[in-house]
Design a protein around this ligand. Structure first.
Ligand code: NOJ
Length: 701
């Protein structure tokens, strides 16, 4: 069998006993059903008689947790049948009336339906036990083995959906069959949907529509570099990963088995970085949602529930529940949207706080800064509160987080720039004065000689120093000292050297080293993890983009590229058995060399790694950076690249960019032509007349 994934569709092809089947699975745009488009070919030299069965096992209860644990209830609520319209009807709690019974009833009494098109139905099954047979499983279902459906009507226990057809195929002959599997009542929704969509022509048209939809989003940037792996990561899979992340945030997936109905605050805000160029409008809507998840004290709701969220009326969390970093991610995400669109006025938009009151987006930002400034510890650094980015860190409420200090510094600097743009000099000077005070506090207590410390506990213990036996070097405070520009040139060079010497592995940068083993669980819950994974000296892929950005900011394109490739899924395509997860998608964590299984990755899809890796590669390595006034071209590439080209869609124009690197440097634009005309610097101004523009850039010493 071969399984091929495309953008929102998958094709599974199998050869078995000289029969070739090719099934394309997808959900059409805006619909609540999926197509299984089956193509069967007789590859043998003789006529073949075939029995063909669809099969799907349904959940009984739509509350996944209840479905698993509450069997005294869930095994008595399902019924199945074949309707007069030849659709399978799987009804949950069928005595209730979902359409008129209000939200609660609609939620618990949801039905499913299945239909088959382009072939006559010979039989059906809706009872799982009848289909599989007693003491059997999916490897030997009785119905398939005997070649005959039982026409079972589920009445309690577990339901399934199976439709059967049969027929013969001449040598070389192909037959196509269509299955539709949807949510809703077969009598109404199913009937309507099947009538409209139940044909091969319609399925083909819907697949084309789906592809066009996704490909249009992927058109925001196309690159052609000397690295083919990087090209298809940027052009397709990396961005697709970001878009899927954005759509699902951290709700149900392979690793969160349902029961997660909210958007985790910090991750959802960071997701914007991956999609702002591709889908700026939905990115703005999400930003607005998250801004209304900010409380009037500047902190954030830990989770925003998009369906139930009631801005202005949410209950504020208990003081102990605030994370220290949540709203600081706005200083990355909001400029990402505004720079992409030029929509500076967004900062003036009035939006409610989660609990009470409303303010402009700009004032939301001020409140975010105040939140951390008002919660500073004895050393003048922001308190860690219930946790910072690192979920496993417990510094005590008044313990101080250096990572948050660097985020706050970047926040103050960004706020000052926005204030300048909006003509608010008072706010600008306030932010710069606060930044100066913060810088002094950082320099007074956070530099340890060759690197920055990790954090300071409430009891005064300093973590991440040369004297620390465990967790001596912490990645985030090194890379963020550079990203926030808090580190001096000397500190930047030294701490990034330490990162390379102490944290770099062939599979990426470890979050800390050495692992924590004896450290108290009261301080670092990471001690629950085996050494070399997750927050315990694992490679936390969320952070890899930060390593890339920091290396680029120091002009080291060779190192940045090395770090990028180490955690780029496509770089492992010819040794996928090493990563062990899908070779086209980011995983949250990778086993490091502190474990016996270095390189194995886990927890794919919904990880902050997707957004930061896309953002760092496109805006730092390739250096195509949107700014309010235009597109800045400032690459930091491997010195071995002679050139690369890109097509960037930016504010409804297309820029065909070619970067020439005749001297084999990493960074430094020495010349730029826009449509053949010499430009003053390396900013391609927004709003040039015309739709298409050619930009030529030369790097040099
Ligand atoms: C996973 C969480 O989703 C993310 O928000 C957090 O930053 C990392 N864990 C690190 O602890």
């Amino acid at each position: 069998s071969t399984c091929r994934h495309g953008t929102a569709y998958s094709v599974i092809e199998s050869h078995y006993s000289e029969i070739l089947t090719e099934t394309t699975y997808f959900v059409p745009l805006e619909q609540k059903f999926e197509y299984w488009r089956l193509k069967i070919t007789n590859e043998s030299q003789r006529r073949r008689e075939l029995s063909i069965f669809s099969f799907c096992e349904f959940t009984n209860q739509w509350d996944t947790f209840q479905d698993r644990v509450n069997l005294q209830y869930s095994l008595f609520i399902v019924r199945g049948e074949l309707t007069g319209e030849n659709l399978l009807r799987i009804a949950i709690q069928d005595n209730l009336t979902p359409d008129t019974g209000g939200d609660f009833i609609s939620d618990i009494a949801r039905h499913c339906w299945m239909g088959m098109a382009e072939a006559p139905i010979d039989g059906f099954d809706t009872s799982r036990e009848a289909f599989l047979g007693l003491y059997r499983g999916y490897h030997n279902p009785l119905v398939v083995e005997s070649g005959r459906s039982t026409n079972s009507k589920a009445y309690g226990d577990n339901a399934c959906g199976s439709l059967a057809t049969s027929g013969s195929l001449q040598p070389g002959e192909t037959r196509e069959i269509l299955i539709l599997l949807g949510i809703g009542d077969a009598h109404t929704v199913g009937k309507r949907t099947f009538a409209e969509f139940g044909s091969l022509e319609q399925a083909d048209a819907e697949l084309e529509k789906l592809k066009t939809h996704w490909h249009a989003q992927l058109e925001s940037l196309r690159v052609d570099t000397p690295d083919a792996d990087l090209n298809h990561t940027i052009n397709v899979w990396g961005l697709y990963n970001c878009l899927v992340n954005f759509a699902w945030s951290r709700s149900a997936s392979l690793v969160y088995n349902g029961e997660r109905d909210g958007l985790g605050f910090r991750d959802s805000v960071q997701d914007i970085l991956g999609v702002a160029a591709a889908i700026p409008e939905p990115a703005r809507e999400r930003l607005e949602l998250m801004l209304t998840g900010q409380l009037s004290n500047g902190g954030a709701m830990p989770i925003v529930r998009p369906f139930e969220h009631n801005p202005g009326h949410e209950e504020a969390p208990h003081p102990d529940e605030y994370r220290s970093d949540d709203c600081l991610w706005f200083f990355n995400a909001l400029p990402a949207y505004v720079n992409e669109t030029g929509d500076l006025d967004f900062y003036n938009k009035m939006l409610p706080y989660a609990d009470r009151g409303e303010a402009t987006v700009f004032d939301h930002l001020r409140r975010a800064l105040d939140f951390n400034l008002e919660r500073s510890g004895v050393n003048g650094l922001p308190c860690g509160l219930s946790a910072d980015w690192n979920d496993t860190l417990r510094l005590g409420y008044h313990g101080e987080s250096l990572f948050v200090a660097f985020q706050l510094r970047l926040g103050l600097a960004t706020y000052a720039e926005i204030a300048e743009r909006l003509g608010k000099p008072g706010q600008k000077s306030w932010a710069l004065a606060e930044q100066k005070k913060l810088d002094a506090s950082i320099q007074a207590c956070a530099w340890d000689g060759e690197w920055f410390i990790w954090a300071i506990g409430e009891d005064g213990t300093v973590y991440g120093t040369q004297d620390s036996e465990e967790g001596q070097v912490y990645l985030n405070t090194q890379v963020w000292s550079v990203i926030s520009e808090a580190a001096t040139a000397d500190q930047s060079a030294r701490c990034m050297r330490t990162v390379h010497e102490r944290l770099a592995t062939p599979y990426g940068l470890m979050l800390c080293a050495p692992p924590v083993i004896k450290t108290s669980i009261d301080v670092m819950r990471a001690v629950v993890f085996n050494p070399g994974i997750k927050e315990n000296a694992g490679i936390f892929n969320h952070t890899q983009g930060w390593g890339v950005m920091a290396a680029c900011m120091l002009g080291d394109g060779d190192r940045a590229y090395e770090y990028y490739r180490a955690s780029m899924p496509a770089a492992y395509n010819d040794r996928a058995e090493l990563r062990q997860i899908e070779p086209y998608v980011q995983g949250q964590t990778t086993y490091s060399t502190y474990s016996p299984r270095g390189g194995n990755s886990r927890t794919s899809w919904l990880t902050g790694a997707a957004a930061w890796s896309y953002f760092s590669a496109t805006q730092y390595i390739l250096g195509i950076k949107p700014e309010v006034d235009g597109l800045r071209i400032d690459p930091c590439i491997p010195s071995s690249w002679n050139s690369f080209s890109a097509v960037r869609r930016f504010r409804n124009q297309s820029f065909h960019i070619t970067v020439h690197n005749p001297h084999g440097v990493c960074k430094g634009v020495v010349r730029m032509l826009i449509d053949g005309e010499q430009a003053a610097g390396n900013l391609v101004p927004a709003g040039l007349p015309g739709k298409e523009h050619q930009v030529d850039v030369w790097l040099g010493p």
